[in-house]
Design a protein around this ligand. Structure first.
Ligand code: GAP
Length: 542
């Protein structure tokens, strides 16, 4: 899919609702911003993405051979940690003090915006000059800013040509005097406050008392559950460094402006690996994971120019990171040439284990002062537990370094959806060429793997088709459809991204062969039913 046509995103969003991939959360009550529900097809798609990740990272990982690009064999294991964790975890991880976005409030409209997402342009009329602002999609920016300037100058639509512009559209971050700013929803200029920090963690209370002592947070990342269990895993299993611990689970961030469908949401799922290694080999493992993770997306269908690997500049690095690369995708809601993050691969050094152990933030990643409480002790006190590792062969004791490939399951599912969306032409049942919408998912992540159709509802065909359906259903998600012309049934399955359709006709009853129709090429092949089933199973495993 090319992102030349920004309208394509609207088509994908509408297909997702129409075919049951995604619904707005609590839609009947007007919706809940930043939250989405996966429908019958969407839940299968996202489960397949997570299962492909877990299988490739953990279950099918070969612990005894050296993978291509790696210097030695290593083990991979998993965890499933609680969402609510001890508040001290977030102090030592840095999230309590550093996990924030800058926001501005509008004193008049009472709206809150992310500072970097308010964009605007200097508008002029005679001697009057104002910085008009908006928070909207890039393709709407010119229209919205012109309407705001028109409102500020009190002009009618037909007098818009009295407005002239100074410079291009820039972020509010480049403006220092807010008295000259006309807020995105304000009636007067100068209503925006100075930028302030806004912590992104969702706060709640544990137990019956709603006081400071009962404050808890919904985890903003799954990673910390892995770090605080590092010792438990080493002591309870026979893993030896280097090894990785994987986790898939929900994370929560109180994003100021959730946007772009499921790209930036407040409740989402992460798929994270923390890979523990010796400090001396950490750069090797960083390169290994960066390349392996890029290949994973390519093998599942995100290839070509839509996918890039981007190394961060030093000033972009998180507070803990000494090196990070992002895997980014050209989502169609972004302007041409821009990419959105799917996954970050970070070299986290020993920051997390050391912080949970000693209770101070690692000065090697960013100099930070240790905050002291009323008792004079560090507020960021660690667990006091020894989280270092002793190598059973060399007897060397050290704090392992960590490489973290951290992916979002919702963003990956969205990228696979966008990449799969295709409009092409196909003959209808009368041989006339008609437009068709097809989701060209890799068979591994397609929600339904095959559909079974009896050609007509008589002559024993439904019975035969149902038997084939039940047999396939034992190990594959299969759909049975006997309604309407076969051509229309194919099209319904194309829109759902189903890679294969099996049609049962009179000949099936005589010689046991079926017509196997392939979604992308639309090629139809006559095969014995066992061979058709085998072809589907092999494609799903590939
Ligand atoms: N443990 C490191 C970490 O959490 P991150 O870059 O903040 O790093 C990792 O998040 C991934 O989680 C991102 O690459 C993205 O895929 C996903 N993610 C983060 N915030 C998200 C949000 N608000 N909505 C959807 N996905 C999000």
């Amino acid at each position: 899919m090319s992102n030349d046509d920004l309208g394509v995103m609207q088509k994908i969003v509408s297909l997702c609702k129409r075919r049951g991939f995604l619904f707005q959360s609590s839609e009947i009550y007007g919706g809940m911003n930043g939250c989405w529900d996966y429908g019958p097809l969407g839940v299968e798609l996202k489960r397949n993405v997570k299962e492909a990740w877990w299988a490739d990272m953990v279950t099918h990982h070969d612990d005894i051979s050296t993978p291509e690009g790696a210097s030695e064999a290593f083990e991979m294991t998993g965890l499933d940690c609680s969402i609510l964790m001890h508040p001290q975890v977030w102090k030592c991880s840095g999230h309590h003090d550093l996990f924030h976005d800058m926001m501005v409030d509008c004193k008049e409209s009472k709206r809150r915006y992310r500072h970097d997402q308010v964009r605007g342009r200097w508008a002029l009329r005679g001697d009057d000059r104002i910085f008009v602002t908006a928070v909207c999609e890039p393709d709407e920016e010119h229209e919205v800013l012109t309407a705001r300037a028109q409102k500020y100058f009190g002009l009618r639509a037909k007098d818009r040509d009295q407005i002239s512009w100074d410079g291009v559209v820039v972020s509010l971050e480049s403006v220092s005097d807010f008295s000259e700013v006309f807020g995105p929803d304000a009636k007067e200029p100068g209503t925006l406050t100075e930028p302030r920090e806004f912590n992104l963690m969702f706060k709640t209370h544990m137990g019956a008392l709603l006081d400071e002592a009962s404050v808890a947070y919904l985890r903003p990342e799954t990673a910390q559950g892995i770090f605080v269990n590092f010792k438990n895993v080493v002591d309870s299993s026979r893993v030896r460094i280097p090894f990785g611990i994987a986790q898939i689970g929900k994370s929560f961030r109180n994003e100021i402006t959730p946007r772009n469908f499921t790209f930036r949401v407040r409740e989402f799922e992460q798929m994270e690996v923390e890979f523990f290694c010796h400090p001396d080999s950490s750069h090797h493992w960083y390169g290994y994971w960066r390349d392996r993770r890029m290949k994973w997306y390519q093998e599942l269908g995100l290839s070509g120019d839509n996918l890039i690997l981007r190394e961060h500049d030093a000033d972009e690095l998180s507070h803990y990171s000494t090196g990070t690369a992002d895997i980014e995708y050209a989502f169609p809601f972004l302007p041409k040439g821009e990419f959105g993050e799917l996954e970050g691969i970070a070299h986290r050094g020993d920051f997390d284990l050391r912080s949970h152990m000693e209770g101070k933030l690692n000065p090697a990643s960013r100099p930070l002062e240790v905050e002291l409480g009323e008792d004079g002790k560090p507020v960021h006190r660690g667990s006091g537990k020894d989280l270092s590792y002793r190598d059973p062969v060399t007897n060397e004791k050290y704090i392992p370094h960590v490489i973290e490939p951290s992916a979002g399951a919702d963003r990956a599912a969205l990228a696979f959806l966008c990449e799969a969306y295709t409009e092409d032409m196909a003959p209808d049942e009368n041989g006339k060429m008609q437009g068709r919408v097809v989701l060209k998912f890799h068979p591994r992540i397609a929600p339904i793997k095959a559909a079974v159709f009896p050609l007509v509802k008589k002559d024993g065909m439904p019975e035969c088709a149902q038997e084939i359906y039940r047999d396939l259903k034992r190990d594959l998600p299969v759909f049975y459809d006997n309604k309407g012309a076969v051509g229309r049934r194919y099209r319904r399955m194309d829109e759902a991204g189903t890679p294969y359709c099996l049609t049962i006709d009179g000949q099936t009853l005589e010689d046991g062969t079926v017509t196997l129709r392939e979604r992308d090429s639309m090629e139809q092949t006559r095969l014995p039913v066992d061979e058709a089933a085998q072809a589907i199973r092999e494609a799903v495993r590939s």
